[in-house]
Write a new protein. Structure first.
Length: 272
């Protein structure tokens, strides 16, 4: 996970910036120098550890490399609801440094978190064999009532950050949130999550995606219910191929567990 190239002007002004605008780590809020990467060394180590874990290219789960076949893994071969061609993720949600950044983005509207997470997600997408075919990025839409409750549209911010790095345009109007539902936080089972978001998304009047390859962008994947519903709308609108890219993938009951240094065992407590 190499840091972004240093800005020579910022490097020259680093002492002054440290005094006037002290920077903090985008994950743990510890003090860092103005010319340093946005994450402190400790958090970078945690991020690098979770990024290095092998994951299934179809469902995004962390699995043993011996369980990964050419296009899927032993676990997702038994699931029928995956209706995208592949999923890219940065790391596991239970890894604390990654989770703290997601919380900072979603509930504090952290622009620095969005930019750095977008940087990590773009790096993960570059490794996917299909990224060169993607025509547009589509962030999971947020209902206008939910937007009033939250400080930012986090999926849109992530898509914009990825777009800046991969030079792939964002098509926000391709899918809309047509029905308000309770947060997925309040649903426990996989069946309940799928039921909660069923029918919540619909196409725009002029989606303009017929024949195009689309990548859905979101912050977190738990059961895949939201991506499943969004991809159904995109497919009906004529999308040729559909993929998804998320910052984090949550571990579910029955998933193989990988060892992550200093990882918290707290379950995902706030995904939509």
């Amino acid at each position: 996970m190499p840091p972004a190239p240093a800005n020579p002007v910022r490097t020259a002004l680093a002492p002054l910036l440290d005094a006037l605008l002290p920077q903090t780590c985008v994950s743990c809020d510890s003090w860092i120098g103005a010319d340093e990467p946005p994450a402190c060394p400790a958090c970078r180590g945690l991020l690098e550890a979770t990024i290095a874990l092998p994951s299934c290219p179809f469902c995004g789960r962390t699995v043993s490399p011996f369980s990964i076949h050419e296009k899927d893994c032993a676990r997702c071969r038994t699931e029928r609801f995956w209706n995208v061609g592949g999923i890219v993720r940065v790391g596991e949600y239970r890894e604390e440094a990654l989770r703290r950044m997601l919380v900072g983005l979603k509930f504090a509207g952290g622009e620095r978190q969005a930019d750095h997470l977008g940087h990590l997600l773009a790096d993960a997408m570059r490794k996917a064999p299909w990224v060169g075919d993607v025509d547009i990025l589509v962030p999971v839409p947020m209902h206008r009532l939910r937007r009033w409750q939250r400080p930012c549209d986090h999926a849109r911010m992530l898509a914009d950050a990825v777009s800046r790095r991969l030079k792939i345009p964002v098509r926000r109007a391709a899918v809309g949130r047509v029905k308000y539902s309770v947060s997925q936080t309040r649903t426990v089972s996989q069946a309940a999550r799928f039921k909660n978001v069923k029918g919540c998304f619909g196409p725009s009047r002029r989606p303009k995606i017929a024949g195009q390859t689309v990548c859905i962008i979101d912050n977190l994947l738990v059961t895949g219910a939201t991506i499943h519903e969004v991809s159904k709308v995109l497919r009906k609108a004529g999308a040729r191929h559909i993929y998804a890219a998320v910052v984090a993938r949550a571990s579910l009951a029955g998933d193989p567990q990988a060892q992550i240094p200093d990882a918290s065992e707290a379950p995902p407590d706030h995904p939509d």
